[in-house]
Design a protein around this ligand. Sequence first.
Ligand code: PLP
Ligand code: COI
Length: 472
Amino acid sequence: MRNALRFSKRSRVILRDECLRFGVAEAAKSTIACRPLDALIVQLGIPFPYIFIRTFRGSEYVAVHKTVCSLARERRNCHTGGPPTITGAFFLHFLHAMNKTATPQPEFALERHPQPTPADAITALIAEPVFGKVFTDHMVTIRWKEGLGWHDAKVGPRRAFEIDPACAVLHYAQEIFEGMKAYRRDNGEVSLFRPLENAKRFRASASRMSMPELPEELFLGAVEALVDIDRAWVPGGNGSSLYLRPFMFAIENYLGVRAASEYVFCVIACPVGPYFKSGKSAVTVWASDTYTRAAPGGTGAAKCGGNYAASLIAQTEASSHGCDQVVFLDAASHRWIEELGGMNIFFLMDDNSLRTPPLSGTILPGITRASIIELARAEGFTVNEAPYAFDEWQADSASGRVKETFACGTAAVVTAIGAVRHAGGEFTIGDGGEGQVTRQLRTLLTDIQRGKAPDSRGWVRTVEAQPVTAGQ
Ligand code: PLP
Ligand code: COI
């Protein structure tokens, strides 16, 4: 039983998060006694990959992956029908198996790059990095297979994937990604900003795209392992950082239309400077009256590649009109402002309140957006998460009711929007440059991210040296 108790510690972490997500407290009431083992098993009638065993003496739950439970049934250690019962010997086997399948440790086999980029070359490459062009030496991969769960976690040299022409992602686009940054502080430490929020959003995107949900601890372990091994690539100085791109795609070779049974999760990194290369104080956006980004019931709130593929034609249209980005309107009425192709949007009104479109399910719940809302409120701004129409924006910019508009996101940080073009003409916001509140909010945010202001909310996570196992 010592194993079971030790194991149950981690189960509590699963329980804490998962119970909240699925309202398990209710389901847990329907416990049924199970013999000969001192345990109660709760079989949940909801889409949830675990069953729970509660020990009599310890009155603690352990969470057991359903795959392991099916294995137990196959071995005829469980009753058929009703909740499964397990023999003591099998219980330990059970826990051992679950350790491997349901809650893998973030331990990564390490294979160092045989010819890493020399230090002076790295210094040159990170001096003025262009967004998304230069990549570090390593990558992290973790695989998932039906019946096996997450396995084969590796830190290795960045290399191409070998993909079969029948690979599912090439046909049905089962792919999701995240965007986050590692910052070098003045004291040389490297830190991440709210990485747990990225891990949670990655799970939410996976769920929407019928993909397996990577546990947060594995997501964080993978990101930190990469940042640690490629630490030398994190640029210092304002405006530069190491952009991290965690992503996952279906790798099963199968042309039937259904969720794939095999996936690869991967993290790559690139040193980056400002997202908008022009270095302007404010950007110009194009409001498309032809194309929309996401519809109710669609995938707008998920960070899946398909959303960006669908936005490219509008981005091309924007570029042909001399604009930097697209501002998308809602799909149903083409009236309500939603977000930009890769950023959320805020408006500063003349009563000094801020307004931003609500998270209606069609826009991405930005981590920068959430942080700006919290920081602005703490500074005394009223922030309204309320719909705002494009024609109101136009009229309010002309009348001076809208004083500033800015876009925000990991890549773009906080960027002023100075002008808007559309099929019917153009309008300017304020004096067309960056407003004072836009600058104030950007400074508040970036000072926390870069360790120049106290982190009273626990948003910053320093990347320590990571444990890795020897490579094969
Ligand atoms: N909206 C879209 C469509 C995005 O791609 C992004 C960038 O990730 C954002 C908003 C901003 O999200 P975050 O602040 O989490 O980077
Ligand atoms: C980000 O801000 O991280 C994004 O993902 C936006 C864009 C680069 C796709």
